[in-house]
Design a protein. Sequence first.
Lengths: 301, 564
Amino acid sequence: MANAIEIRALRKSFGRTVALDGLDLEVRAGEVHAFLGPNGAGKTTTIRVLLGLLRADAGQAVLLGGDPWRDAVQLHRRLAYVPGDVTLWPGLSGGEIIDLLGRLRGGLDPKRRQALTDRFALDPAKKARAYSKGNRQKVALIAALASDADLLLLDEPTAGLDPLMEATFRDCVQEERHAGRSILLSSHILAEAEALSDRVTIIREGKAVETGTLAEMRHLTRTSIEAELAGPADLRGLPGVHELTVAGTVVRCQVDQAALDAVLGRLHRAGVRSLTCRPPTLEELFLRHYSSERTTTGAPR
Amino acid sequence: MTGLAGTGQLTKLAFRRDAGILPVCTFGIVVVVAVVARDLKVLYPTEARRLALVQTAGGNAALRFLYGRLEGTSTGALTTWRFGVWAACMVAVLAIFVVIRHTRADEEAGRLELVGSAAVGRQAPLTAALLTAATAPVVIVLLACLWLVKLGLPAAGSAALALAIGACGLVFTGVAAVAAQLAATARGARGLAIAVLGAAFVLRGVGDTGPAGLSWLSGASPLGWVELVRAFGSAGEYWWALAFPLAAGGALVGAAFALAAWRDHSAGLLPDRPGRLAASGFLRGPFSLAWRLQAGVLAGWLAGYAAIFASLGAATKGVGEIFNTSAVLKRYFLQIGHQHTIIDAYLSAVMLLAGLGAAAFATSAVLRLRTDETGNLAEPVLATATGRIRWALSHMSVAVGGAGLLLAAAGLSAGLGYGILTGSVSIQVPQLLGAALARWPAALVLAALAVALFGLLPWEATAVAWGAVALVAFIALLGPSLQWPAALMDLSPFTQTPKLPGGPVAAVPLVWLCGIAVALAAAGLLGLRRRDLGDLGPSYRSYHGRIHDYLVDYLQLDQDGSRH
């Protein structure tokens, strides 16, 4: 099956500000793809290009096999979108807005609408002006999830939700995945991406800096090691060892894949009392990409 | 008193936020009063002329309803009659907007929550808003009084008129303060306070025109108290009448403070009606959405149009008589209306007003597109199977249809107002309906200009479109009497419109105007198809300008366009 989204070398500038600087992004049909990056990295601009609101300066974007600019209306029948900052018409009730967005999109399933409204515990009779940020988010989410769209574009969809509702949201996303829908989930909440996504693209200053499954990305990256030792082990100066701290007999460091064997050898020689090795969290991956400005020695890429 | 802690800071903040619009409006009201006084002095220089005016106008019920009772024959008395009540209305509207902007609107937007979390007393925001709003009447009293005296009017009467107008502003400052406690939304509070003002106007009007048994009604209206002071009255001023507005204003402000101390933050005391659980069958596409969103505003305009144009129509009968008392005034109307008979000239000028108003409504309906675009309300619609053009057409349909409905309402109510009084409904209604609708194409040219700007120059659209409306209004209302050059006059689409009623009916200019409107709208839509959408632009244009911000704040152009 073709990819749901295929973006190649996409460029978009606003005046002198370069928002997208040769972005590549590929979302396969039926996968949940996390689109990670800090504010201002170009996530929302990418989504607006995909929605046909912005016209790309250069590069290629294919959405559900069509051109997002030219075929906007036809494509929009097959996708549902939840903006990051949900704005609603203050005079309309939540229920009215859910129905309206569904009808504008070409219909929604009343049973699913009801079930989702219950699950997200939304009061649909309230006027939108009375909703909190989280409740506005719920309105947009229910409208999107109750549609039978092939593709969901979710721009930081949990920003205003409380932890309970966030769990509900995660359940919903899992169900949608099982139903075979493709989902682009833009986020800067890493735990969310870690829990939900099949593949991840990290974007920074308008460029994809990393893309792949989490497993693939960890392969490229360091392992965190914490060890309590019987005697001193000198890891200083060893190539591939980073952020080394020694507190008494406890050693903490991050180790490149290639140096792992050598490091474990030294630890073993010193005598290991306890050892914790874990793959880096996405948090750590992320920090590395965005802190490379100050450590210009660069991450191994 | 700790309840007032932080009032000084908040008042400074309020003044800073209002630094542009408050002085402009305050000064504007003073200028209007002074210009009216000066005009009356020029138009009616002699006692004999003024007496003639008093005899004709004073006896005309429609004019008494519009302006109030005439108490004397001096220039000052005429000024009080012609503009006392209306200036008081303007001051009241200004006070209502300022108070609610700094109380309920800020509370609804969540700004007062942030402010309240600082070392700020519970009553400080309301106090700051009242202090800010009260400066307008105080300044108006001082400036108006000085200016009237400078024009050569008696000092006592000038002071009385200025004080009567200012005191009315204080009453409505109090009304707005109470409304801000009662309603949970700024829009609701504003509506409530304006409704009180409308009721006050009607009470006074009925009291002034009805049978003697009902004249106490004007004494029950804050606008009636303006008359009660009898500024420049032949029997001297009734200074004690100023006690009514001052007492009422004080009582209302006290009530507002008591309510503010008692209620919860962000809660209103009036129940907020719950919305529908699900959308009705009507709300199913971009067009029904656009009409639904603008229905409230349009209904308000229609009600206002019906009332104003019925009054103006009803006043027609007395107009001819009044104009015969001043050659200058007669010439002015003949010039604006481009007519030979004074009645036709007057009615044509009235329909021109209706056309200008309809153009303003249509422009605001079109600019809703821009507000929605920058306020992120276009995005959810455009992310569905709604194309840009359909989305744009949905709001344009409100502009076109709304302008037509407004003009029809103007023609119909003016026809009824004039026709019923003269027993010629069957003649006047169709004639004035036609005259009003003849202004439709010209109004649409301005709306279409807004479409073109929205499509091609979105960052400038709001400012330039309103600038065009203002320019056209200036040309239409001032151009003829100032004898501006034809090239300038021709810029206004209303110059090209047949001068109905009375003038020759010509279809060709109307077809031309429609063609221009279609061309402008098409250019705008073509531009819209090609450009990026969203709240963006070159970084040096990331703001929409102060004028736009003020308009959005005060006229609530965004009333459904912002997320509150």
